[in-house]
Design a protein around this ligand. Sequence first.
Ligand SMILES: *Cc1c(COP(=O)(O)O)cnc(C)c1O
Length: 357
Amino acid sequence: MQRAGGRTPQSFDRVLSSMCTEPHPAARRAAERFLATNPGDPASYPAVADLEAEAIGYLGEITGLDDPTGYVASGGTEANIQAVRAARNLAEGSAGSDGVNVVASESAHFSLRKAAGLLDVELRLVPTEDGRADLAAVEAAVDERTALVVGIAGTTEYGRVDPIPELAGIARSVGARTHVDAAWGGFLLPFTDHDWDFSDADIDSMTIDPHKVGRAAIPAGGFLVRDRETLDALAVETPYLESASQASLTGTRSGAGVASTVAACEALWPDGYRETYERARADAEWLAGELSRRGFPVVDPELPVVAADISEELFEALRGAGWRISRTGRGELRVVCMPHVTRAILERFLVDLDRYR
Ligand SMILES: *Cc1c(COP(=O)(O)O)cnc(C)c1O
């Protein structure tokens, strides 16, 4: 194992609550080869710029977007910030800059709070119904100052999918834009019958993270837009670069994320990702059944995240035994069935759970 300052990275054997995973071997190799390239300066680094177009092509295919536009961001946080920024900039153009708002449900990822704080827009978080945005509450929250409605396709806590077409309809009714946050769910949802992508609804922008279920190396987030106009609303002039403008939030960016996204998609789209999804779903259902059989209240898994109500003492004992687990906002144990979480690992987890309960 490689060493840095005498340290070795953790193994993934006991990591149960992370949305990151072991990169695909081809993605790891590609990341290393393109480590010293900068897609933020495409005129100096044309090879990685070409690869980025390929990456966006794959992400477009996965999300039902013909003629896709976008870029490989540092992660879901940057992509969500950019969605809010584009919506705010475009609303400023038409309605004046004061007091635009963004509407999402309480299950929105905390990156939206960062976006709202940075960009000085009001974030209106509405209640959920069984973990999904309550449409009546969304309808009541939007107004003529709403710049963006955000739907979540795979919530971080429970893996729930918001009713995206209905949210897009509400957004349109007040002249707002629609963003879908599929940072985690984007590589799982193509194999389900959910309506979540650009072909299902009139979505303007989307977040989909290759460095989560996509098995690219960190940092690789995806920011996709339906129309060029959205990227133009983000672009600033770049006087000392040969390219005329830059739409990304960061300047220098890692070519590792771009190259490993292409390598992972070449290796896994679509069959490998389908197998990943099917195995994860089967494991999530199995784990939910085992926990429920032991008397723990379980939140029914939709996408493969299992949330179960266990005692504080049991949670701490499992953490003490080395399991990397975390809790939902309501305090439930949360297990994310990522590609590295095998049935054998879950079986070992249950052995420890039975030992301490
Ligand atoms: C992980 C996640 C994010 C944030 O992405 P980072 O890559 O951690 O910045 C945003 N939204 C959702 C739904 C997520 O699961």
